[in-house]
Structures are given as structure tokens and as C-alpha cells.
Design a protein around this ligand. Structure first.
Ligand code: NAG
Ligand code: NAG
Ligand code: NAG
Ligand code: NAG
Ligand code: NAG
Ligand code: NAG
Ligand code: CU
Length: 616
């Protein structure tokens, strides 16, 4: 560098306003069960922090450090915390998903989440990554403020939306992943929440411009959001600024975020409805008493009349694919490495309905994959050591990676990649089963020059998505359906990105301590072996397939006839088998309802023999 340039650099440094000094935010949270009544209809045990639910919004500034001490005070469950959308660059061990990048935090233990957010800004959230535990409330907003935000507003509000279940997640999971639920019908929620409550009030002042940060912190259902007589202009999607786009409504899948600018009215003589509505096409059945929409209020003046709910028929005007990153990041080059995944749902030999990528359903290893990376030296570059059922892929540094997902299932799946945002290079519409086509890299819709970048994208029924990113963040990153019931069914793969570089990251002692506390080995391959890294004997694997010729329909009939048996028994005994049989009756009722509603079976419910014949 010439002296002149050095001088200029020094001058510029002096003249520029000093960058704000990065702060450290310290939180001490104990996760513990608290009684809460989110929808005003049912008191339920929710996971609170320090005795309080809802959980706090976390606000930090760009570049700040977070030190969050999480103590597991749940007594009966493990826990963990994932900061959704954060890259955790150089600190993969802070990412959170249990058995992927860390051991579960067992009851009584404390784990310190200590990380910086580097260059990231925008709307994120945190949630438990233990089972579907966050459906019991272990989630909250995480906002990173940008000193140079590229649009203007007067005030901002974080607005979470979600569904709520009246029952605990472990209870629901037992019933969901059950041979008496052979179609894999997801648990139906009881209600919708906005800002963790019903009938929320959001105050507006005349003439101000608001930034509303919508975050779907639910586990299952996508929601429409619309705002009476106010325009919404999208400016940020999953932490990525986009070219402003005015829309009539939002469609937000679980885990997605949209920030919108809303210009308030000039007068305060009226209040307005903020509506949210389930995408009820995602529900296997719609119980009669389930409300599909709920109203919150935008209140300018509490003395004026309350708004009235209104209904709205979504037109085709909202499509995430029409959004462009504000900084015009160009389409990445053709991929160096392509992973093609086919999604199916099917039953295995235990009768349970699982979700598969290329016929593999994710089963957690004995050693969390990151700990296998850290302990395996040069073997870390061979995907085999991570086991056959973690479905791991090793990525080479700086490769452009393309993930193609073809949906051979009728469900809508919001896919999320940890540690990265990705370009949504293609996103097909929904198809009917018989017209479904897999993505063809040699014959596709035109690519966009500046494709949308985000971290969670919806795969439509029988459709496909094509995602690209550069492997520039060494780490073990989970790629999974964020519909948590589907994650429980195994809809996940693991990307082991640049394993030798991961080995340069040094987790704190805490990281190893919680493993010991919950009896998980800190070294070894997926089967826990350290002597022969390629000996996978004893690794956790998926159940064997259903016997040959055992069709799903046959299995459903078989399950029903078995249930008839149990139900009959139940009616006779009345007392005695208690809980187990009570549960089965609930399952039976639900199954019967679903089958009737879907015309799947013309209620052959009382001829158990015929049914089992069909199953042969
Ligand atoms: C919300 O409003 C509805 C309709 O007015 C009412 O039925 C319900 O009880 C309210 N819920 C709560 C929690 O106040
Ligand atoms: C916590 O995780 C450990 C290790 O996977 C497991 O053995 C234990 O059963 C879990 N505890 C609970 C309460 O689920
Ligand atoms: C958090 O991490 C930083 C950087 O490694 C370290 O300096 C700091 O001491 C850590 N905080 C605690 C409380 O351990
Ligand atoms: C959401 O509720 C919390 C209290 O739980 C409140 O502090 C916050 O202002 C509410 N947010 C909005 C947008 O009304
Ligand atoms: C543009 O935005 C994308 C998405 O946030 C980010 O990955 C990229 O680094 C940005 N590029 C520049 C040059 O700032
Ligand atoms: C999945 O299994 C089916 C049936 O055995 C087979 O036809 C198909 O090729 C497999 N798919 C993949 C991607 O391996
Ligand atoms: Cu899914």
C-alpha cells in the first residue's frame, strides 16, 4: 500500500463516525413448567422462562454478543435451544439441535449459549430443538437491529403468530407416531394465537409508519395474515432485505418471517381488524368446533368501536418467488455438487407412518454428528462414519451446492436449512398426484437473475424446490422440514460442511460436560465406536419395512380391526386398562373421523375379518 493510500485510509477512519461498540447481552433463563392459558379456553403447562410465559423478545444490535445461560428446570424432559436463521459462523456448537450439534441439556443442567451474530440483521427467533417441545411454548422472537436499515419507519412491533394445542407435545407425539395413526394424520391444533394470545390489541398512532415483524413461531400450520384497509409493504424476508413489495396479504409458513411497512391512517376515528387464518388445506380433518380464523385489533382510539372480523378470499397475488433481494445478489453459478431428494411418507414394519428422503428416515445417532466430526480426525471427511440413518452428506469447502427436493407427497412442507440462507432457484406450483414431475436440471423454468434468498421455503404438494448456496460456513447443518410433526417422522438430512475446518472450532468445556451429564458419548462414529471408525454395528437404524404386499390401505384396515378389538374390550371392561385404552379410544375416534372425511374407507369398521384379509 502506498503512503498516500495509507494516509487516506487513516483519514477516512478518523472522519467516519465510530462504529457502535459491540455489546454483550447476558441472560439467565431457567426453563420450567408454568400454567398458562394462551387462548383463554384451556390452562396448560407451558415452558416458561423464570416462571413466566410468554417468553421474552430478545433484541440486540448488529455485531453484539449473546451469553444466554439456559438451565433445564423441566425435571421430566431434556431441552436445547436453536437460534433460527443465525449462521453461527465459526461456532457451530452453538447451533442447538440435539444429537446433531450438541447433546441434550438434561434436567438440572445449565448450558451457556455464547455467540456473536456478526453481520446478520433482521428478524429471527429462538426455539427448543428437542422433539416438538417448542409446541409447548419454548420459543420467542430474536431481533437484530441494524444501524443502517435501508428504509424509514417511526416505530416497530414484533408480532408472532402460531397455533396452540391444548395437550402437551409428548402426549401428542405418542399418539401421532403410533400404529393406530397409520396415515400419519398430524395432530389438529385447537386455536390460533397472535402475540401468544387471542384478541391482541396493537396500538397505532395517526400518521406514523410502522415496521411490523411477523414471525410464525408455530409447529405446523401456515397462516394468512391480512390487515383491514391498510397496505402492507414487504421489506424483509427471513433476515434478508428485499425490494419493497406491496401485498394484500401474507402467507407465512412456520419458521418464516416477513417484515412489512404499514402507513397508519391520518385520523383516529376508527379501529381496524388484523386477521389471521389457517391454511386449512394442511389439516387432515377440520373438527366442527375449530375456528379457522381469529381477529386482533389495530386500535387508534380505544374509545371508538372495536373492529369487526371480516373474511377474505386469498387471490393468487402472494408468491414469495416474486420477491428480490434488495442488494441484487446474482444467481449463483451452476452447482459443483447437487443433492436430489425425493419426499415420501410411508409405513414401516412397526406400523408407524414415517417421512423419507430417498427412502431414508432420519434416526439420531448415538454420538451427536458434530462430536463425531470433532473426534474422528481425518476420517471426518467420509460420510459413512456418520451412519446410514443420519443421512449425512459431506460438503467440500466453497462448493456451490444445489439441493433439489421433489415432493411425492400431498403435503405442504416448509424446508429449513441451518447455518445458511439459500437462493430459491426454482419453486414449482402444487401439482395433482398424477401430473407430478420431478425437477429436470436440463429442462426447467427460466432462472431469475436475482432469486429470492431466505432460510425457510415451502415445498408445494407434488411440487419441487431447487435451492443453491455456497459452502462457506464450516459446520454440521441440519436440513429439515420445519413442520415439527414431520421432523418427528424423520424428514431431515445432515450436511457436514468442510469437516476439517470444523475441527478448528473449539467448543467450551460446557459442551462436553452436558454430554456426560446425560450419558451421551463425546467421541465415536454414529454407533459410538472409536477403534474402527467404519464399524457401524449397533448404530440406530430405522425399523424394517412392512412385509411384502402389505399396502397402506390394507394396513389402515388392519389397524382399525385391531382397534375395534381393543375398543370392544374397553367397552366391556370399562375400568382396569385405564390410560392406555383411553388413549386408544381417542385415537380410534380420530382415525374413524379422518377416514370418513376423506372417503378413504367406506367404514368397514365392524368387519374385522374382511379388513385383515385385505391386509394379506
Ligand atoms: C376473544 O374474542 C372472542 C370473540 O369476541 C371471544 O369469544 C373470546 O372469549 C375472546 N378470548 C379471550 C381470550 O379473551
Ligand atoms: C435425555 O437424553 C438422554 C440422552 O439421549 C436420554 O438417555 C434420556 O432418556 C433423555 N431424558 C429424557 C427425560 O428424555
Ligand atoms: C463467550 O465467548 C467469548 C469468546 O470466546 C469469551 O471471550 C467469553 O469469555 C465467553 N463468555 C463466557 C461467560 O464464558
Ligand atoms: C405482545 O405482548 C407483550 C406482553 O406479553 C407486550 O409487551 C408486547 O407489546 C405485545 N406486542 C404487540 C405487538 O402488541
Ligand atoms: C446481499 O444480501 C445477501 C442476503 O442477505 C447476503 O448473503 C450477501 O452477502 C449480500 N451481499 C452484499 C454484497 O452485501
Ligand atoms: C426407494 O425405494 C423404492 C422401492 O424399493 C425404489 O423403487 C426407489 O428407487 C427408491 N428411491 C431412491 C431414491 O432410492
Ligand atoms: Cu413437512
Amino acid at each position: 500500500m502506498s503512503t498516500v493510500r495509507l494516509l487516506i485510509t487513516a483519514l477516512v477512519l478518523l472522519v467516519l463516525p465510530q462504529a457502535a461498540v459491540a455489546k454483550t447481552h447476558t441472560f439467565h433463563y431457567t426453563a420450567e413448567w408454568v400454567d398458562a392459558n394462551p387462548d383463554g379456553l384451556h390452562v396448560k403447562k407451558m415452558v416458561g422462562f423464570n416462571g413466566q410465559w410468554p417468553l421474552p423478545e430478545i433484541h440486540i444490535d448488529k455485531g453484539d454478543r449473546v451469553e444466554l445461560y439456559l438451565t433445564n428446570g423441566l425435571e421430566n424432559q431434556n431441552t436445547s435451544l436453536h437460534f433460527h436463521g443465525l449462521f453461527m459462523h465459526g461456532q457451530n456448537y452453538m447451533d442447538g439441535p440435539e444429537m446433531v450439534t450438541q447433546c441434550p441439556i438434561p434436567p438440572g443442567e445449565t448450558y451457556l449459549y455464547n455467540f456473536t451474530t456478526h453481520e446478520q440483521v433482521g428478524s429471527y427467533w429462538y426455539h427448543s430443538h428437542t422433539g416438538a417441545q417448542y409446541s409447548d411454548g419454548l420459543r420467542g422472537a430474536f431481533i437484530i437491529h441494524d444501524p443502517d436499515v435501508p428504509f424509514e419507519y417511526d416505530d416497530e412491533k414484533v408480532i408472532t403468530i402460531s397455533e396452540t394445542y391444548h395437550r402437551q407435545y409428548d402426549d401428542l407425539t405418542r399418539e401421532f407416531k403410533n400404529r393406530y395413526n397409520p396415515t400419519g394424520a398430524e395432530p389438529i391444533p385447537q386455536n390460533l394465537l397472535l402475540n401468544d394470545t387471542q384478541n391482541a390489541t396493537i396500538h397505532f398512532e395517526a400518521d406514523k409508519t410502522y415496521l411490523l415483524r411477523f414471525i410464525n413461531v408455530g409447529v405446523f400450520v401456515s397462516q394468512y395474515v391480512y390487515l383491514e384497509d391498510h397496505e402492507m409493504t414487504i421489506v424483509e424476508v427471513d433476515g434478508v432485505y428485499v425490494e419493497p413489495k406491496t401485498v394484500e396479504y401474507l402467507y407465512i409458513a412456520v419458521a418464516q418471517r416477513y417484515s412489512v411497512l404499514v402507513k397508519a391512517k391520518k385520523t383516529t376515528d376508527k379501529n381496524y381488524a388484523l386477521m389471521q387464518k389457517f391454511d386449512n388445506t394442511m389439516l387432515d380433518s377440520i373438527p366442527q368446533d375449530l375456528k379457522l380464523a381469529a381477529m386482533s385489533s389495530i386500535v387508534y382510539d380505544a374509545k371508538q368501536a372495536a373492529p369487526k372480523p371480516y373474511s377474505f378470499v386469498p387471490s393468487g397475488s402472494f408468491n414469495e418467488i416474486n420477491l428480490r433481494p434488495l442488494n441484487k445478489t446474482e444467481l449463483l453459478d451452476e452447482p459443483d455438487y447437487r443433492i436430489t431428494l425425493d419426499v415420501i411418507m410411508d409405513n414401516l414394519g412397526d406400523g408407524i407412518n414415517y417421512a423419507f428422503f430417498n427412502n431414508i428416515t432420519y434416526v439420531a445417532p448415538k454420538v451427536p454428528t458434530l462430536l463425531s466430526v470433532l473426534s474422528s480426525g481425518e476420517h471426518a471427511t467420509d460420510a459413512k462414519i456418520y451412519g446410514s440413518n443420519t443421512h449425512s452428506y459431506v460438503l467440500q469447502p466453497h462448493d456451490i451446492v444445489e439441493i433439489v427436493v421433489n415432493n411425492q407427497d400431498s403435503g405442504r412442507h416448509p424446508f429449513h436449512l441451518h447455518g445458511h440462507t439459500f437462493q430459491v432457484v426454482q419453486k414449482s406450483q402444487a401439482f395433482e398426484e398424477d401430473e407430478q414431475e420431478a425437477y429436470d436440471p436440463d429442462n426447467h423454468e427460466p432462472f431469475q437473475k436475482y432469486p429470492l434468498i431466505r432460510d425457510t421455503v415451502i415445498l408445494e404438494p407434488f411440487g419441487y424446490i431447487v435451492l443453491r448456496f455456497r459452502a462457506d460456513n464450516p459446520g454440521v447443518w441440519f436440513f429439515h422440514c420445519h413442520l415439527d410433526w414431520h421432523l418427528e417422522q424423520g424428514l431431515a438430512i445432515v450436511l457436514v460442511e468442510d469437516p476439517l475446518a470444523i475441527q478448528e472450532q473449539t467448543p467450551p468445556d460446557d459442551f462436553y460436560r452436558i454430554c456426560e451429564a446425560c450419558g451421551v458419548p463425546t467421541r465415536g462414529n454414529a454407533a459410538g465406536h472409536v477403534n474402527d471408525w467404519f464399524d457401524l454395528q449397533g448404530e440406530p437404524v430405522q425399523p424394517a419395512p412392512l412385509p411384502e404386499g402389505f399396502t397402506l390401505k390394507g394396513y389402515v384396515a388392519f389397524a382399525i380391526s385391531t382397534l375395534i378389538g381393543i375398543y370392544g374390550l374397553w367397552s366391556i371392561i370399562q375400568y382396569g386398562l385405564e390410560d392406555a385404552v383411553q388413549d386408544d379410544k381417542a385415537v380410534f375416534d380420530k382415525l374413524e373421523r379422518i377416514l370418513k372425511e376423506n372417503d378413504m374407507i367406506q367404514v368397514p369398521l365392524l368387519s374385522g375379518n374382511d379388513a385383515s384379509e385385505e391386509a394379506q
